[in-house]
Unconditional design. Structure first.
Lengths: 85, 405
């Protein structure tokens, strides 16, 4: 599936969209981490929770759990929450 | 040299012990100032006279850089503790003065608690707050203190980090650490990790909320060192949680002497004694002895500098009466001297964070501090006169003076 990478993480991927597979959000992030080492820890903490200021959308719906199931034709958008300063 | 276990029995050293060490003074031409800010890091290169400074940066523009340190053991390796507002924390490493950086393969991260067993709740590292290079006999070792409070160590130059010692999940330490609600607005911090230059197993650290702690066996066991420290009125001084050391410094010329800037005053500790003495009582009353940073002289254990800030009412943490000044003691805290030549005389409401004031090892000693309003100030004569060497930086978190190889 296509995964949109936020600008803050493109130093890892070099591009804004990548293809990755996985039956769940957790599996997709694990796949990304295999290809771009370190990227997962910037989005998911050591207790396996999505970090507070990261958001993940699947078909426009917000997903918070790593166990959330995904289909091969889903489009995943990883974005920075509208916060900062 | 193996350091014996400190004890309060026996001799009490004179408060103004005049240990002065003759040590090689670094060439000013190899001096750099490592400035970590809320929006990136800068490396300032000084000329031989420490008059002209060349800015190299920003590195990590937009990243929150909590600490930038040079490894004194090789004069080359830089470590930067960084995160962005959105992303998780990590540590970056460079061996070419920041031309390229590599991210840690395993940044500091708390362990998962064992399943099905009661105990302290799971935590996540928000950011690494304090970096300390390890002992000279242990090249490649580093220590990191985090927020929430945690203690970590790397044995490979900062590439991989692991929890160090037992305190991160020790029930007593977790009780002393409190929760995030007990901490500072930016989160509770583990800081002031100190390695005795005589003995790699002799360590200190402090916690904002959680007191001062010492180990003489390389972290296998720890002893609290809060005797003599005061706490905010209304809190119980017998409870380690309520002790709020802001920063600790060990004198390079006399590792048996430490100075401390605490929420409740300025203190000195002379080992093997165990009782802190509040030397800030001799500060002028209208200024007080509350502040964040403290710097010590590299060769004279009687000399230290502080940057007082207003700790009254709601604890503004700005220069008292809007008149910033560094205060120096040259007699181990018996008296203090105001040093403000060149600083604004009025309407300068500055905050200098605990790691944002440092000293070089030149002669005379150069002093440097950075404000949260983004100004970097320097003195080439131990604080007698000050000049602003950079403006318009983001909020400055740390300023370290270091010597390149």
């Amino acid at each position: 599936m296509q995964v949109l990478i936020p600008s803050s993480l493109r130093s890892y991927t070099g591009v804004s969209k990548v293809e990755a597979g996985g039956a769940s959000l957790g599996e997709v992030l694990a796949e990304l981490d295999r290809r771009y080492p370190g990227i997962r820890f910037r989005m998911v903490d050591e207790q396996d929770r999505l970090r507070p200021h990261m958001r993940v959308f699947v078909k426009g719906l917000a997903v918070h759990e790593l166990a959330h199931p995904l289909a091969p034709d889903d489009e995943l958008a990883i974005v920075q929450a509208l916060s900062g300063g | 040299m193996v350091r014996s276990t400190p004890s309060s029995a026996g001799r009490r050293p004179a408060p103004e012990s005049t240990t002065r060490r003759r040590s090689a003074k670094p060439a000013a031409s190899r001096l750099v100032l490592l400035v970590a800010t809320r929006k990136g890091a800068w490396i300032f290169h000084g000329d031989a006279k420490r008059k002209a400074w060349r800015a190299d940066g920003p590195h990590f523009l937009g990243h929150i850089v909590s600490h930038l340190q040079l490894d004194p053991r090789d004069g080359r390796t830089l470590l930067a503790a960084a995160k962005t507002g959105h992303l998780g924390p990590t540590i970056f490493r460079s061996t070419n003065l920041g031309r390229t950086w590599q991210e840690a393969e395993q940044p500091p991260a708390f362990a998962k608690p064992p399943e099905g067993v009661g105990g302290p709740a799971a935590r996540t590292v928000d950011h690494s707050f304090w970096l300390t290079p390890g002992h000279a006999s242990e090249p490649g070792t580093w220590y990191a203190g985090t927020s929430p409070q945690g203690l970590f160590r790397s044995d490979d130059g900062g590439r991989r980090w692991a929890p160090f010692s037992t305190i991160n999940d020790d029930p007593q330490y977790r009780e002393w650490m409190g929760t995030v609600q007990d901490g500072t607005p930016d989160g509770p911090k583990l800081h002031s990790i100190i390695v005795d230059p005589r003995d790699p197993k002799h360590l200190y650290f402090a916690m904002s909320g959680g007191g001062v702690h010492e180990s003489t066996d390389g972290g296998k066991s720890w002893t609290t060192r809060v005797q003599g420290l005061e706490v905010v009125e209304g809190f119980d001084a017998a409870n380690v949680t309520f002790h709020d050391p802001h920063v600790l410094r060990l004198c390079p010329s006399n590792p048996d002497r430490l100075y401390q800037q605490n929420h409740c005053g300025i203190y000195r500790l002379d080992r093997p004694g165990n009782e802190w003495v509040r030397i800030g009582r001799s500060m002028p009353k209208r200024v007080g002895d509350v502040g964040f940073p403290l710097a010590v002289h590299p060769r004279d254990d009687r000399v230290a500098w502080v940057f007082p800030m207003d700790g009254t009412s709601v604890w503004p943490r700005t220069s008292p009466q809007g008149r910033p000044a560094v205060y120096a003691t040259r007699n181990a805290g018996r008296t203090w001297q105001r040093l403000d030549a060149g600083l604004p005389a009025a309407q300068a409401w500055w905050t200098v964070k605990r790691q944002a004031m440092g000293a070089d090892a030149c002669d005379p000693v150069g002093l440097y501090f950075g404000t949260t309003s983004g100004e970097l100030w320097a003195s080439r004569d131990e604080g007698a006169r000050w000049s602003c060497i950079a403006r318009h930086l983001p909020e400055i978190y740390t300023v370290e003076a270091a010597t390149l190889a």
